[in-house]
Design a protein around this ligand. Sequence first.
Ligand SMILES: *Cc1c(COP(=O)(O)O)cnc(C)c1O
Length: 379
Amino acid sequence: MPVVHRRRRVTASAPIGVSRVEVGREEEELVLQVLRSGWLAQGPMVERLEESFCDLTRARHAVAVSSGTVALVAALQALEIAPGDEVVTSPFTFAATLTAILNAGATAVFADIDDDFNVPAHALAAAMGTQTRVVMPVHLYGLPADMSTIEEVARSASVAIVEDAAQAHGAAVAGRPVGTWGLGCFSLYATKNVTTGEGGVVTTDDDALADRLRLLRNQGMRGRYEYEALGHNYRMTDLQAAVGIPQMERLERITASRRANAAVLTEGLEDVPGIRLPGTPPGRTHVWHQFTIRVTPDAVLTRDELSDRLAGCGISTAVYYPRAVYDYPCYRAHPRVRVTPTPNADEAARTVLSLPVHQGLTPSELERTVDCVRGLLGA
Ligand SMILES: *Cc1c(COP(=O)(O)O)cnc(C)c1O
């Protein structure tokens, strides 16, 4: 793309955030309906939200819970994970992936990531042992892991799949939506592609697992005071569900905007020296939760310098994530965290930078982002 130099004071414009909550009249009206109904806890709105997740993923069941972290914990508990069991996951993820494994009582084992920032099947296979019960790929930044090959590896070793789909609402592999390759765990936290403020959903085709998830969510209770299992309160409220329903109805448009924005960034930045742009491997549907570039050693600025200078131009960026998830004293010292070298994750942590790609960006904000990155990197 030709560089268009315009004389303008970019810093005078409103700052561009890496995420922006977009809720409108429909959300307001549904929330008001809940407030006026006198039923604020889990009820008909939660059921409607669950149906929208069944529609999205084509899974038989969707169980709404109070957060994405809780979705992961509940999925592991539904699989009856016990102490001594191992869960193999990505080292390049948000802390919740790891804390869910630890809170469910399992041991966390890591398989290093590939160039697409996700764990490949061969690395999962290499990290699996006799105690492995679950593989937990993370669909990072909205790009699904290569589930076709991961499914083969999991099936041949008879281990379950729990997908951390917190960032990947609507993503698919070979036309099959995420959340149907295993137990699918979605987050509805404020910054995600769909939000209820806080919230989560587990999807599954398995009737028995869905039943167990519903029991666990509600104190292990089958009927009134009929306790069948040690459960918890994992419920979502109708107030939250009411915020999510209209967004689920708009999700195709939300994703299309993110995809179009990613295309503009790609076209505008593709020839810039010193960065590598995110790609979409064949067969996978990216939903662009983040547009994450890598700043390479030949760049005229370091990653952190580029981030600071972009902030100076009013463009927020973020580093997801600055370290491998286990690389903190509290996790390194944890008896159920198995630390192994993950050089690819370490390298990603040093070089990644996420640029704004969300559906609320205007064409001029995108243009500003492209111009600033180009200008700062001497393109
Ligand atoms: C957001 C997120 C979670 C956890 O979701 P919460 O709703 O914040 O509990 C888990 N994994 C990943 C990769 C996430 O980005």
